[in-house]
Design a protein around this ligand. Structure first.
Ligand code: ACO
Length: 424
């Protein structure tokens, strides 16, 4: 059986042979031979949202949305979350394998010793308005980092690339914590080299002042570490696509990371967990849940934290988070919004509107409840997503800039504007 498609153009009667690679993809460039009448350029496939278009070849993350499977470098997400920590996971995502003991120590050392930011960058951040959204501050500050490391534009140099990977993974929690403290007016707390990545972040966030002692609860450190693992990568999502797309014109990775963070900011992507809490607060009590479901079914609004472009089954990350919520609530006290969330899930999962559209809770549905119980204000939620996603973005970026097949991303369009006309 030939591994190809025979495409017959019924307008001309001509037939074309299009090879099918690996049993499931065709090269869009092969469509070029099918000429559109009156046009030299071949036909194109129209795919807003790139839903059925593979824009890259990748070896990082595998998702089977129908079965609810997520794997980093071949390892199932639930096994990683159970047996590894975020630093090991970031190494895996970026480098392809889990680290040996000495590789791990070196990786953690290099990231830890890059957590500090230039004093000048603090002044830059202090220039934001007192009520600036932390994600807006993140976008701008990551972009500003580009000006501190001019050598970072040498993206073909593996050593230079790795240096920026350490810096970006190291500095993002520091910038994230500063973006929060800016809104509270508290002094920025510098990172410390003798505590772990997550502990360090929590300390920079919540330590009241330089002199006060602060030790985060180990259960909360562990919970946030697992949340970081779950958010490390998710193949070609909107922000990873932004990272790769900007990276394809070969600027430094700080500029790419600023673009990826901007993509993550939107309520349909990383901003959704913030919207979930807003929605749960607005519902207010369990008895008001059916009314909200009616509004959703009438198409007046969306059920935030539900639905996913890829998962047409329960998001495997949401399952892990839901289980972890109990451990967190034992330390923080039960989040009163949890009952509303559980009732929403119960009704939605038995309602034909959601069943027929395969709408299940996604990663954001329960993560916001945990973050809120841990004391994070809701506008910092997307920032909590950006911190661990930095490792995924960098892995995607590195894979893109080292792929000999990768060209500058420049999609085609279907032009619907005026034909030639002349200026009167
Ligand atoms: N509530 C109600 N209806 C929904 C929802 C929802 N959350 N999501 C999708 N639908 C409906 C749509 O109205 C549409 O119905 P129709 O066929 O009758 O028109 C159908 O389901 C398909 O929806 P699309 O928008 O075509 O699905 P798409 O794959 O483009 O969107 C998305 C995925 C953006 C995540 C969507 O489900 C959504 O808006 N969810 C809410 C926001 C959210 O939780 N985002 C977080 C995603 S996870 C992440 O980024 C980490």
């Amino acid at each position: 059986m030939p591994n190809s498609l025979t495409v017959r153009d019924n307008r001309t009667g001509k037939e074309y042979e299009i090879p099918v690679e690996n049993g499931y993809y065709i090269k869009a460039a092969d469509l070029k031979q099918i000429k559109a009448p009156g046009l030299d350029a071949g036909i194109v496939s129209y795919d807003p949202g790139l839903m059925q278009t593979a824009s890259v070849k990748s070896r990082i993350t595998f998702i089977d949305g129908d079965k609810g499977i997520l794997r980093y470098r071949g390892y199932p997400i639930d096994e990683i979350a159970e047996k590894k920590n975020y630093m090991e996971t970031a190494y895996l995502v970026v480098n392809g394998e889990f680290p040996t003991k000495s590789q791990y120590d070196e990786w953690v050392h290099n990231i830890t010793y890059h957590t500090l930011v230039h004093e000048n960058l603090k002044n830059f951040m202090m220039g934001f308005r007192y009520d600036a959204h932390p994600m807006g501050m993140m976008v701008a500050t990551l972009g500003a980092l580009s000006t501190y490391y001019p050598e970072a534009k040498l993206v073909s140099d593996a050593q230079v690339r790795m240096q920026q990977i350490f810096r970006l993974i190291g500095k993002i929690p520091t910038i994230a914590a500063f973006s929060y403290r800016h809104s509270t007016g508290w002094p920025y707390v510098d990172p410390s080299n003798d505590i772990g990545y997550v502990e360090n972040f929590l300390t920079m966030m919540f330590k009241p002042s330089f002199s006060t002692r602060y030790e985060p609860d180990p259960v909360l450190v562990k919970a946030l570490d697992v949340l970081f693992i779950l958010h490390a990568d998710h193949e070609q999502n909107c922000s990873a696509n932004a990272m790769r797309s900007v990276g394809s014109s070969r600027p430094d990775p700080y500029s790419c990371a600023a673009a990826a963070t901007a993509a993550l900011y939107g309520p349909l992507h990383g901003g959704a967990n913030e919207e979930v809490i807003r929605m749960l607060k607005e519902i207010g009590s369990v008895d008001k849940v059916p009314a909200l479901i009616q509004e959703v079914k009438a198409g007046k609004r969306r059920l935030m934290g539900f639905g996913h472009r890829v998962y047409k089954n329960y998001d495997p990350r949401a399952k892990i988070i839901k289980k972890m919520a109990d451990q967190v609530f034992q330390v923080t006290g039960r989040n009163p919004l949890l009952d509303i969330a559980l009732e929403l899930e119960r009704i939605a999962l038995s309602d034909d509107y959601f069943i027929s559209r395969k709408l299940y809770p996604n990663v954001d549905f329960y993560s916001g409840l945990i973050y809120q119980s841990m004391g994070f204000p809701s506008d910092i939620f997307p920032v909590l997503f950006a911190i661990p996603r930095m490792s995924g973005w960098l892995a995607q970026w590195q894979e893109g800039v080292t792929d000999p097949e990768q060209k500058i991303v420049r999609p085609a369009q279907v032009y619907l504007g005026s034909d030639l006309r002349h200026v009167p």
